[in-house]
Design a protein around this ligand. Sequence first.
Ligand SMILES: Nc1ncnc2c1ncn2[C@@H]1O[C@H](COP(=O)(O)OP(=O)(O)OP(=O)(O)O)[C@@H](O)[C@H]1O
Ligand SMILES: [Mg+2]
Length: 147
Amino acid sequence: MVKPTNELKCTFPSTSQNEALARSIVSGFLMPLDPDIEELADIRCAVSEAVTNCVVHAYKGTQGPITITVKCYDDRTFRMTVADRGCGIPDVEQARKPLYTTAPDEDRCGMGFSIMESFADRLLVSSHVGKGTKVTFIKKLSEASYI
Ligand SMILES: Nc1ncnc2c1ncn2[C@@H]1O[C@H](COP(=O)(O)OP(=O)(O)OP(=O)(O)O)[C@@H](O)[C@H]1O
Ligand SMILES: [Mg+2]
C-alpha cells in the first residue's frame, strides 16, 4: 500500500451550507499542490455534486453525517471519498446513467454522476440500501507549472 503524502478526513452534518464548506476544505487541501485552475474548478464541482447528493437524496427530509476523506500521493494522484449513512441506492448502475433521476420534480436533471465521472480518471460508487453510499473520485493532477 503506497503511503499518501498528505491526507485529511472530516465529518459534518448534511446541511446545504456545508456544501460550500466541503468545497473550501478540498480546495485548501489541494493548494500546496499548485493545481491547474481548470482541474481545481472540476474537482470543486465534483465535491458539490457528491455532497448535494448526500443532502438531497441520502438524507432526504432529514439530516445525517457526511464524511469526506482526501489523499494525495507522490505522483500527484488525488483520491477523494464522500460517504453518507443515508438511504442507499438500490441500483447503482441505473443511477449512474445520464439523465436518470428519482427527483425530477425537485429540479434535478440526473447529471450529477455523469459530471463527476467526466472530471475523474475513475469514479467508483458503492452503496447498500438502508446503510449508505460511498463515492470515490480519483484523478491524477497535471504537473504544476511554475512561471
Ligand atoms: N448519496 C446518495 N444516496 C442515495 N441516492 C443517491 C445518492 N446519490 C445519488 N443518488 C440517486 O442517484 C440518482 C442519480 O444521481 P445524480 O447525481 O446523477 O442525479 P440527480 O442528483 O438526480 O440530479 P442532478 O445531480 O443533475 O441534480 C439520484 O436521483 C438518486 O436517486
Ligand atoms: Mg445529483
